[in-house]
Design a protein around this ligand. Structure first.
Ligand code: PMP
Length: 406
């Protein structure tokens, strides 16, 4: 893969841009990834040539775009190996997908005194919707802790589970620590007690091959914009038998079967959960992003990104004034760190002047910061279009930051 990087980078127009006259070094991939030309061109092409509202037209354009949207659903079904296209629901992103489950699963299955388990390393998107549900239903939120290296203490899960546990919702990869969690084990443990599990794949699906049937998770969610697709589109996978028992999340067009003022009946899956005009053009472009990474090869991507992470980790460890936050046994493309006497945002601003984009702050994971008693970290996050030379630039940049701060 190393030899293909120059060619791969040419597929991503933004990577040739200059920031303050310097070549862009983009290390903020956990926040959002850049888009290959095929994604940008697809959006342009559909708005230029094929735009029409889907699912209800009799004319050529509507039918054309409807077919493309449903083909995109099939591409995504295959990508995560879901059993049926009925199990693929389009949302605005991971956040909306989790809110959908928290609301609809909550309405169907949660009562006063029931318990939901999340982990201490969740993104706010996988905490707050459950807190809101618990507030609404007078249910209880329990938390699986992680150790100081960032490994989830899954051995504590059995003690947290009770006969009131109704759902476990955990991230496959932490956006703040990079930890890859043993979600297969969590799912097996939960299923022994018939507890469904939601996996937040926002930081996983772009790095690790996902097979929802093999994982046997009950729900799986991810965002298009983190997997080289457009913003405003995401995916909820849910097992049919659960989705069928859950009420709609929003009411409106398309999610109904028949409407009268006396009674409304709802559409079948997946449309029951897709109220209103869907984001069909970004759906079609998301499928192009997925085809792009499948053609590149997720196994190659995973291998190359781990080499990049290992290289960056080894290099950053030579700087004795930097401490990595999160050194779990299994990690994905995230390198979070704190610096002696330098605030992460000061370092971020100075690196930006050098054309290097990293993220600083809490990464929407404040409980992770509370665990370490820090206010934030600096985070470099990698994608397969990043290079070893760019990592060298980051290290040189950090050395200059240190010099500037004396
Ligand atoms: N979960 C994780 C682990 C994330 O990293 C993110 C995005 N940073 C989200 C959820 C939320 O994703 P989105 O903002 O695309 O809905």
């Amino acid at each position: 893969m190393k030899n293909d990087i120059t060619k791969i980078r040419m597929d991503f127009p933004i990577l040739s841009e200059k920031i303050y006259g310097k070549p862009l070094v983009y290390f903020d991939n956990a926040a959002t990834t850049q888009k290959p030309r095929i994604v940008i061109d697809t959006i342009n092409e559909y708005y230029s040539k094929y735009n029409a509202n889907i699912h209800r037209g009799v004319h050529f354009l509507s039918n054309f775009t409807t077919t493309a949207t449903e083909n995109a659903r099939e591409t995504i079904r295959k990508f995560i190996n879901a059993g049926s296209h009925d199990e693929i629901i389009f949302t605005r992103g991971t956040t909306e997908a989790i809110n959908l489950v928290a609301f609809s699963f909550g309405e169907a299955f949660i009562s006063e005194g029931d318990e939901i388990i999340v982990s201490e390393m969740e993104h706010h998107s996988n905490i707050v919707p459950w807190q809101m549900l618990c507030e609404r239903k007078k249910a209880v939120l329990k938390v699986i802790p992680f150790d100081d290296n960032g490994n989830l203490e899954t051995e504590k899960l059995n003690n947290l589970i009770s006969d009131r546990t109704k759902l476990i919702s955990v991230t496959q990869v932490s956006n703040a620590l990079g930890t890859i969690n043993p979600v297969e084990d969590i799912i097996k443990t939960a299923h022994l007690k018939n507890i469904p599990v939601l996996i937040d794949g926002a930081q996983a699906a772009q790095h690790i091959k996902v097979d929802v049937q093999k994982l046997n998770c009950d729900f799986y969610v991810f965002s298009g914009h983190k997997i080289y697709g457009p913003t405003g589109i995401g995916v909820l996978y849910g097992k049919k038998e659960l989705l069928n028992q859950m009420p709609p999340y929003q009411g409106g067009g398309e999610m109904i079967s028949k409407v009268t003022f006396a009674k409304t009946t709802f559409n079948e899956l997946p449309f029951k959960f897709e109220a209103g005009t869907p984001n069909y053009i970004d759906t079609i472009a998301l499928a192009k992003a997925i085809e792009y990474i499948e053609n590149t090869g997720l196994d190659k991507i995973e291998k190359y990104e781990s080499e990049l992470l290992e290289y960056a980790t080894t290099k950053i460890k030579t700087l004795d004034w930097i401490k990595i936050t999160g050194e779990a046994k299994h990690k994905s493309s995230v390198l979070s760190f704190v610096m002696d006497g330098i605030h992460p945002s000061d370092a971020g601003v100075l690196l930006d002047q050098m054309g290097i984009a990293i993220r600083t702050g809490t990464h929407c994971a404040e409980p992770v910061m509370q665990h370490f008693g820090i206010t934030g970290t600096a985070r470099a996050s990698f994608a397969f279009y990043n290079t070893f030379e760019e990592v060298d630039k980051l290290i040189e940049g950090l050395k200059r930051v240190k010099q500037m701060f004396g």
